[in-house]
Design a protein around this ligand. Structure first.
Ligand SMILES: *Cc1c(COP(=O)(O)O)cnc(C)c1O
Length: 412
């Protein structure tokens, strides 16, 4: 059943050669930084290249993943859901069962461990919906580090439960009070703080975005997802899946799953949020509608206004409403190795309820986008095949919003 992708064999040594020394994946990526920050980012790059490949770092990270995070997370075969749709079999990589309920902790624990190896005292980051802030505050508590999370004043009000979580975990939540008081302003504030504190602190980004070396570091820390899933799927079925799929916000959970399958004869599909539709401002489908542009210190496909500034975006999933995308995804699309498609808010909600009712799993609305693609594929290909979906997180954070706007899923 495997559809042979023409160029998958070109990817056997890919991870070793991408990004290049300047942080480029083809024409995408790089590090667009204020000159004062260049030394700080060079320090992180050099430290990463030496420390993170040392036996001591690797064995410590393995121990943390096993004993603290609860890895490996399982691969699960959705038999009832698959049977409802036809003969195509849907499988999930259960990152919702990772400690804190999503994949983000995979890179936060790596970043925290890197900070301790460097002798840093503090982790600094911005957060939008608060998911990255909570995961990083968790890592900081584990390693006994201070944690400053910059968050727009508007988001602090909207995401009150995550602010409470960060406080309970011992982090400081510092409001960004200028401009629109949301994610962009929080990024500015976090960069400014890092500029003043980089000798004692380290900046920790929340997805496979930002200036080099972050897209590479985040991909590498997330790659455990794909390495585990590939071995588990082979053990369960004796075969590789026909398709692997994941939702794409900044792109970290997707690269985590995809990287292990790049050299395989497997179709790889990234699923972007189409929100309420294709008009500007109604979606966050940067690969589908974006043009090359620079934002937050890196070059990639970006949804932009005529003057080149980031366009307003919408997705029902707050973890997906980002007007750009990690530069490695832009490259993988350019060379045709990964296909990018989309799911609307309503398709994601249908998938959300189908998974609740058929399998007893409440998914994050972000992850429901990837599942929506798998459901669409299974309906269109009822004769057979298999799709492995990255279930990037659990949906507990979403239930109040879903119940208020969509009810509790009667009829699914
Ligand atoms: C943050 C988040 C995402 C989106 O981030 P990526 O970097 O694109 O993976 C997806 N799923 C969940 C559950 C999230 O919390």
């Amino acid at each position: 059943m495997n559809t042979t992708t023409p160029n998958h064999r070109d990817f056997e040594t890919y991870a070793k050669s991408f990004p290049d020394a300047k942080g480029y994946f083809g024409t995408h990526g790089g590090a667009f930084l204020p000159p004062q920050l260049v030394p700080a980012f060079e320090e992180i790059t050099n430290a990463y290249n030496s420390i993170c490949h040392s036996a001591k770092f690797i064995s410590e990270l393995r121990r943390i993943r096993k004993e603290f995070q609860g890895r490996p997370t399982p691969v699960y075969h959705c038999e009832r859901l698959s049977n409802r749709l036809g003969n195509c079999q849907i499988y999930l990589k259960r990152e919702d069962l990772n400690h804190t309920g999503a994949h983000k902790l995979n890179h936060c624990m790596g970043e925290g461990l890197l900070a301790t190896f460097l002798g840093k005292k503090k982790l600094i980051a911005e957060t939008g919906a608060g998911q990255h802030g909570v995961a990083l505050a968790t890592a900081a508590a584990y390693f006994g580090l201070e944690c400053d999370i910059y968050m727009g004043e508007v988001d602090i009000v909207k995401q009150a439960p995550n602010v409470t979580r960060m406080h309970m975990l011992g982090a400081r939540v510092i409001p960004a009070t200028h401009g629109l008081k949301t994610l962009k302003e929080a990024v500015d504030a976090a960069f400014e703080a890092y500029l003043n504190e980089y000798r004692t602190a380290i900046y920790c980004i929340g997805s496979a975005v930002g200036p080099h070396p972050f897209p590479m570091i985040i991909r590498d820390f997330q790659s455990v997802v794909g390495v585990e899933a590939r071995a588990q799927f082979l053990e369960m079925t004796g075969m590789l899946p026909d398709i692997v799929a994941a939702c794409v916000g900044g792109g970290s959970n997707a690269l985590g799953l995809f990287s292990a399958f790049l050299p395989d004869p497997v179709r790889i599909v990234g699923v972007e949020p189409m929100g309420r539709g294709s008009e500007q401002g109604q979606n966050a489908a940067s690969m589908t509608f974006g043009k090359p542009g620079v934002m937050h210190g890196f070059e990639s496909y970006m949804l932009q206004l005529e003057d080149g500034s980031p366009a307003p975006v919408h997705s029902i999933a707050s973890g997906l409403d980002y007007p750009s995308v990690g530069p490695e995804h832009a490259y993988l699309r350019d060379v045709g190795r990964v296909e990018y498609t989309f799911a609307t808010d309503n398709e994601a909600m249908e998938a959300f309820f189908m998974l609740c009712r058929s399998e007893g799993i409440i998914p994050a609305i972000e992850s429901a986008h990837a599942l929506a693609y798998a459901i669409r594929y299974a309906r269109e290909n009822p004769q057979g095949g298999s799709v492995l979906v990255n279930l990037s997180g659990r949906g507990d954070k979403d239930i109040d919003y879903v119940a208020a706007h969509y009810g509790t899923g009667e009829g699914f």
